[in-house]
Design a protein. Sequence first.
Length: 147
Amino acid sequence: MIQTPIVTNRTDTTSGPGTVLRKVVTGVRNITKKKRQVGGKGSNLGRVMEDISCRTFASKGSSGEEEHIVIVRGPSNVACSLSIQAGTDDSYAPVKIKRATNEQGLDVEISDERLVGLTFDQGGLLKLRVAFDSSERYSLNVTAYEV
Protein backbone atom coordinates (compact mmCIF):
# COMPACT_ATOMS: atom_id res chain seq x y z
CA MET A 1 0.00 0.00 0.00
CA ILE A 2 1.42 3.42 -0.97
CA GLN A 3 0.94 6.20 1.54
CA THR A 4 -0.30 9.54 0.28
CA PRO A 5 2.07 12.49 0.82
CA ILE A 6 1.56 14.55 3.97
CA VAL A 7 0.93 18.24 3.37
CA THR A 8 2.17 20.73 5.96
CA ASN A 9 2.10 24.50 6.22
CA ARG A 10 5.91 24.86 6.27
CA THR A 11 7.30 27.12 3.60
CA ASP A 12 11.03 26.50 3.99
CA THR A 13 13.32 24.70 1.61
CA THR A 14 15.92 22.64 3.42
CA SER A 15 17.51 20.57 0.69
CA GLY A 16 17.90 20.30 -3.05
CA PRO A 17 20.23 21.51 -5.73
CA GLY A 18 18.73 24.98 -6.02
CA THR A 19 20.95 28.01 -5.51
CA VAL A 20 18.17 30.35 -4.45
CA LEU A 21 17.70 30.39 -0.69
CA ARG A 22 14.60 31.77 0.89
CA LYS A 23 15.09 34.63 3.31
CA VAL A 24 11.74 34.28 5.07
CA VAL A 25 11.25 30.97 6.80
CA THR A 26 8.26 30.26 8.98
CA GLY A 27 8.21 27.60 11.64
CA VAL A 28 11.96 27.00 11.46
CA ARG A 29 14.64 28.48 13.64
CA ASN A 30 17.81 29.62 11.92
CA ILE A 31 20.77 28.80 14.13
CA THR A 32 24.15 30.33 13.36
CA LYS A 33 27.38 29.54 15.15
CA LYS A 34 29.42 32.35 16.57
CA LYS A 35 33.02 32.44 15.46
CA ARG A 36 35.58 32.04 18.19
CA GLN A 37 37.33 35.32 18.73
CA VAL A 38 41.07 35.48 19.04
CA GLY A 39 42.38 36.75 22.36
CA GLY A 40 41.17 36.53 25.89
CA LYS A 41 38.74 38.26 28.12
CA GLY A 42 39.65 41.68 29.35
CA SER A 43 39.67 42.57 33.01
CA ASN A 44 41.31 45.02 35.33
CA LEU A 45 44.32 42.67 35.39
CA GLY A 46 44.82 42.90 31.62
CA ARG A 47 43.83 40.76 28.67
CA VAL A 48 44.21 37.01 29.25
CA MET A 49 46.71 35.50 26.84
CA GLU A 50 45.32 32.25 25.48
CA ASP A 51 48.17 31.20 23.21
CA ILE A 52 50.62 30.20 25.93
CA SER A 53 51.89 26.89 27.24
CA CYS A 54 53.46 26.23 30.59
CA ARG A 55 55.68 23.59 32.15
CA THR A 56 56.52 23.49 35.86
CA PHE A 57 58.55 21.27 38.13
CA ALA A 58 59.85 21.45 41.69
CA SER A 59 63.49 21.27 42.78
CA LYS A 60 65.72 22.20 45.70
CA GLY A 61 67.21 25.67 45.42
CA SER A 62 70.77 26.66 46.28
CA SER A 63 69.66 27.50 49.84
CA GLY A 64 68.06 24.06 50.24
CA GLU A 65 64.46 25.25 50.14
CA GLU A 66 61.85 23.93 47.72
CA GLU A 67 61.52 26.02 44.53
CA HIS A 68 59.33 25.64 41.48
CA ILE A 69 60.79 26.20 38.03
CA VAL A 70 58.17 27.77 35.74
CA ILE A 71 58.78 27.79 31.98
CA VAL A 72 56.18 29.69 29.96
CA ARG A 73 56.13 29.76 26.16
CA GLY A 74 54.22 32.55 24.41
CA PRO A 75 54.56 35.31 21.81
CA SER A 76 58.01 36.87 21.51
CA ASN A 77 58.78 40.32 22.95
CA VAL A 78 55.42 40.77 24.71
CA ALA A 79 55.14 42.31 28.18
CA CYS A 80 52.99 40.33 30.60
CA SER A 81 52.18 39.51 34.19
CA LEU A 82 51.62 36.01 35.57
CA SER A 83 49.15 34.65 38.08
CA ILE A 84 50.14 31.28 39.57
CA GLN A 85 47.59 28.91 41.12
CA ALA A 86 48.15 25.58 42.85
CA GLY A 87 46.06 22.55 41.95
CA THR A 88 43.60 21.25 44.53
CA ASP A 89 41.24 18.26 44.36
CA ASP A 90 38.77 19.88 41.97
CA SER A 91 40.10 23.33 41.02
CA TYR A 92 43.00 25.73 41.35
CA ALA A 93 43.62 28.07 44.29
CA PRO A 94 46.00 31.03 44.54
CA VAL A 95 49.23 30.50 46.47
CA LYS A 96 51.30 32.96 48.48
CA ILE A 97 54.46 33.76 46.51
CA LYS A 98 57.45 34.37 48.77
CA ARG A 99 60.11 35.11 46.15
CA ALA A 100 60.59 34.90 42.37
CA THR A 101 63.70 35.34 40.22
CA ASN A 102 64.17 35.37 36.47
CA GLU A 103 66.77 33.55 34.35
CA GLN A 104 69.45 36.14 35.13
CA GLY A 105 68.88 35.78 38.88
CA LEU A 106 67.17 39.17 39.25
CA ASP A 107 64.17 39.48 41.56
CA VAL A 108 60.73 39.74 39.95
CA GLU A 109 58.21 42.20 41.39
CA ILE A 110 55.25 40.59 43.19
CA SER A 111 51.97 42.51 43.36
CA ASP A 112 48.65 41.06 44.63
CA GLU A 113 49.82 37.43 44.23
CA ARG A 114 50.94 38.17 40.65
CA LEU A 115 54.36 38.42 39.06
CA VAL A 116 54.52 41.72 37.17
CA GLY A 117 56.99 43.44 34.85
CA LEU A 118 57.82 40.32 32.81
CA THR A 119 58.60 40.09 29.10
CA PHE A 120 58.89 37.06 26.82
CA ASP A 121 62.31 36.86 25.12
CA GLN A 122 63.03 36.69 21.36
CA GLY A 123 62.19 32.99 21.30
CA GLY A 124 58.96 33.48 23.25
CA LEU A 125 60.29 31.92 26.47
CA LEU A 126 60.01 33.06 30.06
CA LYS A 127 61.87 31.08 32.75
CA LEU A 128 61.35 31.76 36.45
CA ARG A 129 62.28 30.27 39.84
CA VAL A 130 59.42 30.72 42.29
CA ALA A 131 59.42 30.02 46.05
CA PHE A 132 56.17 29.80 47.99
CA ASP A 133 55.42 30.27 51.71
CA SER A 134 55.14 26.53 52.28
CA SER A 135 57.80 24.00 51.34
CA GLU A 136 55.32 21.69 49.58
CA ARG A 137 55.41 20.62 45.95
CA TYR A 138 52.44 21.85 43.92
CA SER A 139 50.79 21.13 40.61
CA LEU A 140 50.77 24.65 39.16
CA ASN A 141 48.55 26.46 36.68
CA VAL A 142 49.73 29.73 35.16
CA THR A 143 47.53 32.48 33.71
CA ALA A 144 49.31 35.15 31.66
CA TYR A 145 47.92 38.68 31.28
CA GLU A 146 49.09 40.95 28.48
CA VAL A 147 49.88 44.45 29.72
